[in-house]
Design a protein. Sequence first.
Length: 173
Amino acid sequence: MKLTIATIGIGLLFNSAFAFAEQGCPDGFMPNAAGTPGLQCIQIPGQTRPGMDVGAQAEPNWETRWGAIAYDPEHGSVGISSEQTSRRKAVKGALAHCKSKGGVACALNIAYYNQCVAVVSGPSPAGSGVLMNSASAVTKQEAEKLSTETCVKDTQAKCTTFYTGCSYPVRGD
């Protein structure tokens, strides 16, 4: 009977030694690179240790980006501005771009931020010129779908995509 208990005790000793050798490091840690003397454990990147306050990790800072579209319907000029740090800069850029394309009475058509825009056009219901519609959404595809639906409804004709673009937020320091 003593032999059996001793064998079980030795078996448990070896099993726990093997279990330690397999894991080697506490949860959230991994063995350091080969070539370092002895067992050194380092924190696994991106993981927290048990008991560590998860909220202590700094959240990334996201900076808003603006875009704008300006339009002069009489001259058919369109101005585009994107990835600007403020609404004012985006609008100013779109108006200047519209004027550089021959626009005289350029006006803001849409301003958007942290998303995408699509500009579509179709024949004017008045019979001359074109009707331009734009919409913003999370993706280019959604923005294009929204602006096309509105254009087709307003013109009762087929509309074509003129421009799609995005001004997504960028990660700051």
